[in-house]
Design a binder for this molecule. Structure first.
Ligand code: SF4
Length: 77
C-alpha cells in the first residue's frame, strides 16, 4: 500500500519531535526546520511516497508527536 507523506514545512516550529521518534525519515536542518529525507517540494509543501507498513508506522509516529499537525499521511489512490 503506497502512502504519501506531506510536510507543511513552512509552519514547522522546530521542536525536533519528528526527528526524535522517526530519525530514519526526519532530520533537523542547520536552519532549525525539520526536513523529510528524500522529499521533494511540491507547491507550498514537501512530500515523499512510502511503500511499506513499517515506513507508514514510523511516519505516523512523527505525525502523532508533531504539536502543530503539519505532518500528514495520505493513502495514495
Ligand atoms: S514535530 Fe512538527 S513542528 Fe516539530 S520539528 Fe517536526 S515538523 Fe517541525
Amino acid at each position: 500500500m503506497t502512502h504519501t507523506i506531506v510536510h507543511i514545512k513552512k509552519d514547522c516550529i522546530s521542536c525536533g519531535a519528528c526527528a526524535a521518534v522517526s530519525p530514519d525519515f526526519w532530520e533537523m536542518e542547520e536552519q532549525g526546520l525539520a526536513q523529510l529525507k528524500g522529499a521533494k517540494q511540491v507547491d507550498d509543501h514537501w512530500e515523499r511516497d512510502i511503500e511499506t507498513e513499517a515506513e507508514r508506522a514510523s511516519n505516523q509516529e512523527a505525525a502523532d508527536v508533531c504539536p502543530v499537525s503539519i505532518i500528514q499521511i495520505k493513502k495514495k489512490e
